[in-house]
Design a protein. Structure first.
Length: 313
């Protein structure tokens, strides 16, 4: 399997912040006020909490582990999954912990000892370190004990921590991708780093707070800051070529000026065709404008937006 760069879902999660210096926690927490923080000054209490609470927390992301190479193109698997996902989204789902930030130098338990004793392998780990311990942090990173490290005496620590948290939460959700993909199939965008970086920018532009892989065609359920649902769809060149062929066959059977104009728009990558619900035998394909064409080393991708839909509804 290729390395996944694009997570199957993304939504707000909580951060655990551990440092025995209460003043540092208070001042840094103010700068990180956009994040939901659970703070500890006692590392032993923190470790006990992590191993107790994280173990039993419900994770929507783990629902995707049921979709694998055998079921990823099964329409009815996705129909059932959509129903289960919507039921989960109707309940509070922002209690999940994804990242632990921990100081290295602490009494009772240092940062390395704490990370070594965390049971969950899903949590991302950020170590805060001083100048004297920086070499140890590099060694711990190389051994895989921690995912990131940052100097506490860094004058830009708040800005860099926010950047690290954005990357760390993205990596956290990447761990739940069990969907294998080949370069030409509809899931290939999950393994394209350039596309992943663009989508992060798109989420900020459109104020998208939550994102969930919704259909094997490459449809993503997105929820914005106002709680509104819509579908952002990603199609590769093969999908666009299939749209052209579908319209071309109709044109051969019954030529018209409208079909001719549609063919030109499809070939130019300005529009694309999508079936909203393939369980409906009477469903007709719908045409959508492409709002972004992205060329990467792996593929050409076409982005368009659809109204929210649910298979079979």
């Amino acid at each position: 399997m290729y390395q996944s760069y694009f997570p199957v879902c993304y939504y707000p999660t909580r951060i655990i912040f551990i440092d025995d210096q209460e003043n540092f926690i208070d001042s840094t927490s103010l700068l990180l006020k956009s994040y939901m923080l659970k703070t500890f000054t006692n590392p032993v209490d923190a470790l006990e909490f992590i191993n107790r609470e994280v173990k039993k927390q419900f994770s929507i992301a783990r629902m995707y582990e049921e979709i694998n190479v055998q079921s990823k193109y099964d329409l009815y698997t996705w129909q059932e999954f959509q129903a289960n996902l919507l039921a989960a989204l109707a309940k509070p789902h922002n209690e999940e912990y994804s990242v632990v930030i921990c100081d290295y130098q602490m009494p009772l338990l240092d940062g390395f000892e704490l990370f070594e004793n965390i049971h969950s392998h899903y949590l991302e780990r950020i170590l805060l370190t001083g100048e004297a311990d920086f070499a140890k942090a590099v060694g711990a990173f190389n051994k895989g004990l921690i995912n990131f490290y940052i100097r506490k005496d860094n004058s830009e620590i708040a800005t860099e921590l926010m950047q690290l948290l954005e990357t760390a939460t993205w990596q956290y959700f990447n761990k739940f991708n069990a969907i294998d993909a080949q370069p030409e199939d509809s899931f290939s965008f999950l393994y394209d780093p350039v596309l992943a970086q663009y989508f992060k920018t798109l989420m900020k532009e459109k104020r998208i707070m939550e994102m969930y892989l919704w259909h094997y065609h490459g449809d993503l359920l997105v929820i914005n800051a106002r709680g509104e649902k819509s579908i952002i769809s990603i199609r590769n060149q093969q999908a666009l070529d299939e749209s052209v062929e579908l319209v071309y066959q109709d044109y051969l059977e019954e030529p018209s000026e409208a079909l001719d104009e549609l063919l030109k728009a499809l070939k130019a990558g300005e529009k694309i065709i999508s079936f909203i619900d393939e369980t409906d035998e009477d469903a007709t394909p719908q045409v959508f404008p492409v709002f972004k064409t992205l060329n990467t080393d792996q593929q050409t991708y076409y982005f368009f937006e659809q109204p929210f839909y649910q298979i079979g509804k």
